[in-house]
Design a protein around this ligand. Sequence first.
Ligand SMILES: *[C@@H]1O[C@H](CO)[C@@H](O)[C@H](O)[C@H]1NC(C)=O
Ligand SMILES: *[C@@H]1O[C@H](CO)[C@@H](O)[C@H](O)[C@H]1NC(C)=O
Ligand SMILES: *[C@@H]1O[C@H](CO)[C@@H](O)[C@H](O)[C@H]1NC(C)=O
Ligand SMILES: *[C@@H]1O[C@H](CO)[C@@H](O)[C@H](O)[C@H]1NC(C)=O
Ligand SMILES: *[C@@H]1O[C@H](CO)[C@@H](O)[C@H](O)[C@H]1NC(C)=O
Length: 953
Amino acid sequence: MASLTHQLLSITAVLCAVPLITGYSFNNCIEDPQSYGTSFKCVNRKEKNMSAIVHDLPSSAINLTIVKNTPLQHISGKSFVHLPKIQHLRIDHNLLSRIDGSAFQNLHQLKSLNLSFNNISELSPSLFEGLPNLNFLSLTNNTLKQLPKNIFSDLLSLETLILRQNFLTNFSEIAESVSLLINLRTLDLCCNSLTTLNHSNVSLPKSLTTLYICRNNLFTLGCKQSFLGRIEVLDLSYNFKLPTMAFQGVDLRQVNYLRLRSTNVNVVEFLNISNIRAGHVDFSGTGLKNDTLLIELCTMLKMKAMEISNMRLCCNGIRNLTTHTLSYCPKIKGIVDLSRNEPKGTQCLNFLNKQKYIKKFTSEHNHLTNLPSCKTKNMVYFKHLEELSYRYNRILSVNSYAFYHTPNIKMLKLNINTIAFLDRKALKGLKRLETLRLDNNLLTDLFNVTFEDQFRLQTLNLRNNRISVIFNGTFFNLNNLIILDLGGNKITYFEKSGLDGLKSLSKFYLDGNNLKRIDTSLHHVFQDTLTVLDLQSNLIHFSSENIYSPFMNLRNLSDLKLDGQRPYGLTLLPRNFFRGLHSLKSLYLTNNRISHLAPDAFDELTGLHFLTLDSCCIDGIQLQPGVFRNLKNLTILAVENIGIRNFSKEVFGNLTKLHTLQLNRNGMQSINVDALESLPELRYLDMRNIPLSCTCMNILLQNWSLYNPNVQFVYLYDFPCTPHEKHKFYNFDTKVCYIDLGEYLFLSTTVAIFLFTVTPLLYVKLYWKMKYGYYVFRSWFSEQWRRIREEEENCKYDAFISYNSSDEEWVMEQLLPNLEGNGSSFKLCLHHRDFELGRYIVDNIVSAVYSSRKTICVVSRNFLQSEWCSLEIQLASYRLFDEHRDVLLLVFLESISERQLSSYHRMRKVMLRKTYLQWPGSDCTDPTQAQDLFWSQLRTAMRTGSRLQTEEN
Ligand SMILES: *[C@@H]1O[C@H](CO)[C@@H](O)[C@H](O)[C@H]1NC(C)=O
Ligand SMILES: *[C@@H]1O[C@H](CO)[C@@H](O)[C@H](O)[C@H]1NC(C)=O
Ligand SMILES: *[C@@H]1O[C@H](CO)[C@@H](O)[C@H](O)[C@H]1NC(C)=O
Ligand SMILES: *[C@@H]1O[C@H](CO)[C@@H](O)[C@H](O)[C@H]1NC(C)=O
Ligand SMILES: *[C@@H]1O[C@H](CO)[C@@H](O)[C@H](O)[C@H]1NC(C)=O
């Protein structure tokens, strides 16, 4: 009743307030809740027209992303005029084909515009007018064949222009369109259909330093000699027909990176005729497949320079590098890259002979199968080498001392191979190693000496191997290790001191292993340093509630993942499970099957900011009131798909800092607005896929969702009415609910007006008549009352028996013989026997109660439900409480629990005042004796006087 009144009041309030405030939900976009009204994403929508997507966005928008709206074909003029603050606009991966000339009008602040992956074949000449701040423009992967004259001429801030993957054929047109862009630095024209760089007298802007023209059909350059004079990065790769002679005389002095892969250029000849600085050409894919050719190249390079920084020889089909080959080269001080060749082996880098200064050696995507031992007689040391990469090979075994010749490397990449055998001493001597990548191999065993020398190691990645046990002492010397990734292995347990030594460990990834429990005793080594612990997707489960918190001492842990335990998920979360995690900021429990979350489960997590419980629990789990009570710092809560039926204040009401709430895919049909309003900081509410019903129950929610100015209600206008999918929740017809209210208001007003008009008239005309009538009625009533009371004083009966007809058998066979016969001669009043025929039943009851000294109620469940009986109790207890006459005797025929009695307030009150008798049923140990006692107690009770002596009696 109270809540109904409240509801009515609120409705009235809503009725008055409605049109004043604007709501907070967007038809096709979602505001990033962290961005405070500046960042919007509109993804996978079904609109054809841009205006329909953006019309309801606020003018505060700065970042706007509109992607994967496949029906979106057209941007009409002035689509964004109401969004003048936009700086970053993405409209990629749609099917845009037409953009009106004034589409971007008013976007004076725009800095980046991405129109890539659409179907734009033509640009309107005025499209980019009035965008003085644009510095990034991408038109990648459209179907542009040509550009209108001066199309970019307004974009004086433009720094990056990407026109990749179109069908442009005319370079001179492009050069002209960008020639005045005084800030342009990068121009990407790869994957078009250009055939020359002919530029009819225009020149490139002085600022332009990076030019990509890969994958075109260039058969010559055809430009003025000075045309590329300021270019620093030039990509001409995959112009299959581009010949060496195209470069004759072309000034490439400034170039510091040139790609010529898959062109028809002979690099040795090219170096001969070009003024490019040696060592700035990427020789990848230039056909340098044998020693003869390489030696030729090196000799040429040496003629041009004493030392070079890099030697990139990727993709040349090199099979056999001999020790002397690179010694013809100038001194190389940076990278040597031999990736994607076909070398037979690494030969302990012997082929680098004399190139002792290189810093980085890369041999990826080759077919290396074995890294041999390099502790040999004629071994050459590479003391300057800091980084070594053998990723993407087919290495099966790494032998002892395999890196003995490169003792100073800091980074070693052996990942993505098939290493099954890593010799105990394979890494011997690598005392400066900081990063070791061994992930994605077939390792099964690590020994206590494997990482013996790596005391400087900071990152060790062993993900996706086949390690099943971590033996004692494995990481004993890794005192500086910060990140240990053991995810995706088959680890079932750690030996007792398996993690000893990891004194600095901060991030520990153990996801995707076969751990069945969390071994607390191992944690002491890094209990002060650990911040991230990932235990996703293991076999962890608990069979008892009473398990000591496994995280007790991890006082700095901030990130804990326990999602998706296999095979069925965590089912039981022990009490106190999260004990001690005072620093925890993020907790992941998704994809489990927890069946019970204790109300104090999260009590200790007072620092938590982020909690996700998506699909954490069996369907329909009851979140206990107060379960989030201590999460005062929680800002993001995800509780998707856990079968919530009732979103209540008791459960969610304590989250005073919560700003993002994800409630998708739950079962509530209605939501109490009170519960939502108890979250003062809420800004973002995602309730998609919830079967909200369009009934009066949700009338407040509808209003709240439409007119709340603070909380973004994600995609509110899409919500269907369940189950009538055709209608929408936001505008379901609430008139029905208002009609009741209207009628109610109408009636009460009518009555009030009527009374106000008629009462004074009556008062004047009928005052004396009414007063007289009142006195007549009063004297008649007291006469009646007196008569009944007198009758009672005569006490025709000793007791009136009040019982339900279903208990008649007991009354007739037990009660009657024991009280009326059997030596005792009480006179009982039974309704079927002693009630006067033809008299009103109420009168009968009144006179029966008042003409009996006692009223015995035979209480059973049926009795409690019977109306007559309750009137009888009312009367008898009236005598007890108001006349202080103790007339009521309760006899319980069956045991009725306190809870079942709770709805019979008066009965409970009586029971509190008086003792009552319980009939010993046949199920007690000695029924006959117990029943004898019962009858004697009942008789005694009937004989006691009815006037109450003291309260205690
Ligand atoms: C807006 O976009 C820019 C560029 O993508 C990005 O650097 C910035 O962080 C974004 N701002 C917000 C609030 O998302
Ligand atoms: C555009 O991208 C698609 C795939 O995303 C590709 O199939 C198509 O060839 C690309 N178009 C051009 C011109 O490169
Ligand atoms: C190296 O390749 C070039 C060009 O294919 C060829 O002329 C030359 O004979 C080759 N030299 C050797 C030693 O195989
Ligand atoms: C590699 O080159 C060396 C020296 O030129 C030669 O002895 C050896 O047979 C070559 N190996 C292969 C597989 O070509
Ligand atoms: C390493 O393990 C072997 C047995 O596998 C043991 O004999 C040796 O003492 C251990 N070394 C260290 C440093 O723990």
